[in-house]
Design a protein around this ligand. Structure first.
Ligand SMILES: [Zn+2]
Length: 76
């Protein structure tokens, strides 16, 4: 009987160790995501580079740094 309890305790310890080891991995992946490379675009009006996510999209798939430059259109 003591051997059975010892075996159960060992299984519990291994299970806790296993799940404890595996848990931090998704957190680390989530933290690494925003640090990944972002695509940069240039404003079609003034040429300022900014992340594509922060740009204002205009006609023909052009990117602008702000609504005012989108209104002015691409530089000539
Ligand atoms: Zn601009």
């Amino acid at each position: 009987m003591a051997k059975l309890l010892l075996l159960i305790a060992l299984v519990v310890i291994v299970a806790l160790w296993w799940f404890g080891k595996g848990r931090p991995r998704p957190v680390a992946e989530r933290r690494a995501e925003p640090a990944g490379p972002q695509s940069m675009v240039a404003c079609a009006q003034c040429g300022t580079h900014l992340p594509a996510a922060e740009s204002v999209e205009g006609e023909g798939g052009r990117h602008y740094c702000c609504a005012e430059h989108r209104r002015l259109g691409p530089a000539r």
